[in-house]
Design a protein around this ligand. Structure first.
Ligand SMILES: [Fe+2]
Length: 222
């Protein structure tokens, strides 16, 4: 189902610009381990930390995505207010997905009815956070974001809360990425880089983009 199709609500944020290279932003969107450090007040804390071992990477010719499954949670009044037809438990499948070279869905969610022992049942709703990443120069980037959901579409309060949170998260990411860019600038061309298991998604998306750009003749192979 496309963004323009019936049944979706789309909220578009004002465009932003950051003084950092586009690649840093794209890799950051795939690095879920930064959330507890960069967004402790807006998105989560250590309890929300994804286990890199429990993630699943799916790569096809046209798409690359990293998935994880959230264990069953008991339904409460706030989740019932959002999802029609919610039973006793819900589960979610969360993904970060590269759609082409400049559009990322981070973080998309599919929420399901579920059993207490973790069996997923019918799909209750889906939400996508779209990040359009357009290089301006070698070290600056235009950044476009939007949220799309196919549940609680008339709930203006949910949209307002989502967009306010999005704005705060984008502020935090831009501050960190601009600091990284200044650091890279000071160091020159950095080849020695330390990576960890939690960087697997970001490293995979870097390799994929290098491959696409090389295949398209946009850059020469190193
Ligand atoms: Fe972030």
């Amino acid at each position: 189902m496309g963004l323009e199709g019936p049944g979706w609500r789309v909220d578009v944020a004002p465009p932003r610009r950051l003084a950092a290279r586009a690649q840093l932003l794209i890799e950051n969107l795939f690095d879920q381990s930064h959330i507890e450090f960069v967004h402790p007040s807006t998105l989560g804390n250590a309890a929300a930390r994804p286990d890199p071992i429990a993630t699943e990477m799916v790569e096809t010719e046209t798409r690359f995505s990293v998935w994880r499954t959230v264990p069953p949670m008991a339904a409460d009044d706030s989740s019932r207010a959002v999802f029609d037809g919610l039973g006793d438990y819900l589960m979610a499948r969360i993904r970060v997905e590269l759609l082409g070279v400049s559009l990322v869905n981070s973080v998309g969610s599919q929420t399901f009815n579920a059993t207490a022992d973790g069996q997923m049942l019918d799909l209750l709703g889906e939400m996508n956070f779209l990040h359009g990443v357009t290089p301006e120069t070698a070290t600056s980037t235009h950044y476009f974001t939007a949220a799309a959901r196919n549940f609680a579409r008339d709930a203006d309060g949910i949209s307002a809360a989502l967009m306010a949170r999005n704005d705060g998260v984008v502020d935090q990411d831009i501050a960190v990425l601009e600091a990284v860019e200044r650091h890279l600038d000071a160091l020159g061309d950095v080849r020695a880089e330390v990576t960890f298991a939690s960087d697997a998604g970001a490293m995979q998306v870097r390799r994929r983009m290098e491959r696409i750009l090389t295949q398209d003749g946009l850059v020469r192979a190193a």
